[in-house]
Each structure stands twice: as C-alpha cells, then as structure tokens.
Write a protein that binds this ligand. Sequence first.
Ligand code: ADP
Length: 346
Amino acid sequence: MSTLDLIDVTKTYSIVTAIEPLSLKIGDGELVCLLGPSGSGKSTLLRIIGGFETPTSGKVLIDGVDVAFDPPEKRPTAMVFQSHALWQHMTVFENIAFGLKLRGFSKQEISRKVEAGLALVGLQDYAKRRPSQLSGGQRQRVAIARCVVLEPKILLMDEPFASLDQHLRDRLREEVRQIQKTLGITTVFVTHGQDEALSVADRIVVMSMGRIEQVGTPGDIYATPATPFVASFIGDMNMIDVTVANGGIDIGGITLPVTLPDGPATLAVRPEDIVLGSGNMTSEAAVLRIVNYGSFIKITAALNGVQWKVQAPKTASITEGAALPMSISRYQIFRDDRIAYRSDEA
Ligand code: ADP
C-alpha cells in the first residue's frame, strides 16, 4: 500500500507563486501524469513530493505520514531526472548498486537486486559498460533501474524522455508503463506532452499557472474538459466566441440549442464532431485546405467568417475549393471560465 496525499500545498519563491493552494490524492499503484505548459508548476510540485523543495505550507503524506520537511534520502521516494545524471566513472552495475550500498545491503543482495533491475529494463548484457558506451535510451533505462531497485513507495519521473527522439520516447514510455504495472508502484510522471500523458496515465492532473485545472482519466479529460484551458490544451478544439440568445446560438446558419441565459460564451467543438457534406444547405462551408494524415484527413473550412478545423475519414470525398454543408454533432459551451453546457448531457 503506497498512497500519496497532498493537502493544501503551496510554494512561493519571494514574489513568484509557483503553486497555489492545491490538494491531490494518488492511490496505490496509480500512474498519474502532471501535465501542463512550461511554468505551470509541474516540476515544483514533483520536487516537493521528492524532497528537493520544501512547500511554503501544506502537507505531503505518504501512507499517511507527513514527509514535507524530510530530505530526499529520508523519504520512500526515488526520482528519475530528465538528464540521466549517471556517474560516468562507474559501470552500469556500479551505478545501479550505489544506492543499495548506501542502504547497507550485503554484496549478495546487491548483486541479486542489480541483476533483477537490469533484467527489468532489458540490459542484462550491459552491466560492465560505462554510461559513455550506451545510447541515450539505454542510459535512461539505467536511471530507471537505479531508482526501481531501491523499491521506493513512490516513483517520481521528471520529463524522463524529453531528450530522446520520438520513436524511442514512444517505446520507453510503453516499457515504463509495463514496469510500473508489473511492480504495482505508485508513480508520478511530469510531462508537457499531451500524447505522453494520454497514452500512459491512469489519471491526468492538468496544471496551469500553479493551479490544478482538472483531474481525470485520459478519456474524461478529452471528452469532458472542465475549463476552457483544458479544452484547448488537450487535443484539437475549435474555440469560438458566440452569443447565446433565446435558447440557442447561431453560427452561419447552423442553430445549436443551448439551455443557458442569454449572453456571451465560448463554443468548443472537436474537429471530429464536425461533418462536412451533410446538413442544412444554408450553412455552406468553404473547404480551404486539406492535409492527408494517411488514416484520416484534416480540413480547414471557413463558415461565417470563422476558420474551422475539421477531421474526416480518409474515405471522405472532399476537395479543396468545394462548398459543402456543415453540421456539428457534439459541442460544449464555456462561460465564466467553466463548463456551462454539453450537448450530450442536455
Ligand atoms: P513547470 O515544471 O510546469 O515548467 P516550474 O515548476 O518549473 O514549472 O515553475 C513554476 C513557476 O515557478 C514558474 O513561474 C517558475 O519561473 C517559478 N520557479 C520555479 N523554480 C523557481 C526558483 N528556484 N526560483 C524562483 N522561481 C522559480
């Protein structure tokens, strides 16, 4: 059982507020991604959990014990950093063994644990190499093994694959997910890449300006964003200023029912929720540009003086320059920085 409970945590650096008061519970064996743009407070929060920063106020409970002011080595946590920070003068084996030695394990135990760690990351044959003789991906695997052999209650990862190319990043991400599930280790993973978060996380914590915007499963975050920030940050979204009047909004001949008081609002529509080629003939959109992604196409279309991002199956017979009726199958309305209406929950 390893749970993490952040209670009213804040962090202020002189005049900069890095973390506004926030609380978050992470369950045993969960992999949670902290996701947000640069400067949103992700690393600060991770460093507070790992003991590399102290919070200005609040509690950091691991299995119910407050560790907020314990140094990193006194905590049941281990952190994989963005740059692998391996000791260059030591072999792979020695790098992984180092923390175990400090903890006073016997030679035999160290050997057994290091071998198991190497096997876990698929580097059994690399024990005698030095970090300089490894690829970037292999070095990061060593960094992961070095943490995992310590059997921390909470594994922390700070953009661990940021320096690797896309292909390798995708592979290592899957491997980490596999290792994490095999060991059942509670993990907090920082990333600014939404694909990374959507593909590995059990739950995503979306952060902006030191605040938590939303916590949810990847599916929830994508389908039911709670704020305009989440709606526009995760996936493609058409965000259009509109006016609600008499129970609806009108955009270039398309009328969408909305049960909200009259007034300004923001309409949010996913590109895949727009259909070109069916709908009211009074709502003709001009197809400006088509980009072929192989399994689907992305279209830029103009309607009512607004450019819309549309996604369609590759089989759609749509050509640049065409004028096609447009319809919207699913939409959400934001007002006062919060979700105010969803068409499929009406
Ligand atoms: P992220 O990891 O999301 O990019 P950070 O946690 O690094 O964001 O930073 C959050 C905010 O705190 C930023 O405004 C950043 O400039 C500020 N900050 C982070 N570390 C320090 C520091 N040591 N001193 C002053 N300000 C800092």
